[in-house]
Design a protein around this ligand. Structure first.
Ligand SMILES: [Zn+2]
Length: 152
C-alpha cells in the first residue's frame, strides 16, 4: 500500500473521532434531565397522542404514518416504539431523531423544556460583579475639597 493511502485512512479515522459528541454538560445535569424527562410529555410536543389503556398511541412522525396502531408510547417503560420503523426511543433518543440533534444538544433541548439550568459558563472567566468594581470617580468634588474625616 502506498504511504499516501495510509495517511488518507488515518485522516478519515481522525475526522470520525472528532465527530463523537463531547458534552460539556456536567454529568449530574445529564442524569437529572434523564430522570425528569417523560416520554409521553416529550412525544406530545411533536405528535398528537390518544390514550389507549396504560399507553398512548399516535401517528409516527418518522415514516409518514397514516394509521393509528404502529406508534405506541409506554409511560411505564419511558419509551416509545414504532412497529413500522422497528425502533424504540427514550426521551433523549426521540428528541435526537425528531429534531436532528446530537446527544448533548438533545440534553440541552430537554433541560430547557423542564427548566433545568445548565451552567456552561462555569469554566470560563467571570467578570466581577459591577458592585465590586471601584468607581473611577467617587465624587465630582475636587480632592482638596473633601472634609478631612472622609479622607483615608
Ligand atoms: Zn415509524
Amino acid at each position: 500500500m502506498p504511504a499516501g493511502d495510509a495517511r488518507d485512512a488515518h485522516a478519515h479515522a481522525y475526522v470520525s473521532f472528532t465527530q463523537i459528541p463531547m458534552p460539556k454538560i456536567p454529568e449530574e445535569i445529564v442524569k437529572r434531565v434523564l430522570s425528569v424527562a417523560r416520554i409521553e410529555d416529550v412525544v406530545s410536543d411533536f405528535v398528537q397522542l390518544r390514550r389507549s389503556g396504560k399507553e398512548y398511541e399516535g401517528l409516527c412522525p418518522f415514516h409518514g404514518d397514516k394509521n393509528l396502531g404502529s406508534f405506541k408510547v409506554a409511560p411505564a417503560k419511558n419509551i416509545c416504539t414504532c412497529f413500522s420503523c422497528q425502533e424504540s426511543w427514550d426521551p433523549v433518543g426521540f428528541v435526537m431523531k425528531a429534531e436532528g440533534l446530537t446527544f448533548p444538544d438533545a440534553i440541552r433541548w430537554l433541560a430547557k423544556k423542564y427548566g433545568i439550568f445548565i451552567d456552561e459558563e462555569q469554566n470560563r472567566f467571570k467578570p466581577k460583579p459591577s458592585m465590586e468594581s471601584p468607581p473611577i470617580f467617587v465624587s465630582r468634588r475636587k480632592p482638596w475639597a473633601f472634609p478631612s474625616k472622609e479622607i483615608g
